[in-house]
Design a protein around this ligand. Structure first.
Ligand SMILES: [Zn+2]
Ligand SMILES: [Zn+2]
Length: 104
């Protein structure tokens, strides 16, 4: 019986790890938070919040200083939807109402 509990706990841990890995893909390269209005300048690997990317696309990437040739920053709507869905999923998995420090 103890074994069953252990297996369930480790499954849950794997789920949380998978979610944490997924989360890492959705973080802003600048502010390290979940991106709001994610943008990619298409010049490097970095993805940023619209507000973190700076006022003009032509200023280039604020993280690695790669120069940009694009005129306008395009918000990635698909990625934006994914982040919204992820936020919902995350709040289901990690309810913020009461800190569960006892489980840590
Ligand atoms: Zn940001
Ligand atoms: Zn960059």
């Amino acid at each position: 019986m103890d074994n069953e509990v252990l297996v369930q706990t480790s499954d849950w841990k794997n789920t949380k790890e998978a979610v944490a890995n997924f989360r890492r893909l959705l973080l802003c390269s600048k502010c390290s938070d979940l991106m709001t209005e994610p943008v990619c300048l298409g010049i490097c690997e970095h993805m940023l919040c619209r507000s973190c990317a700076g006022p003009r696309a032509g200023d280039g990437c604020v993280v690695c200083n790669s120069p940009a040739w694009v005129k306008d920053i395009q918000i990635n709507r698909q990625l934006s939807s994914i982040i919204q869905l992820f936020s919902g999923l995350e709040s289901l998995l990690n309810p913020r109402e009461q800190p569960d420090s006892s489980l840590a």
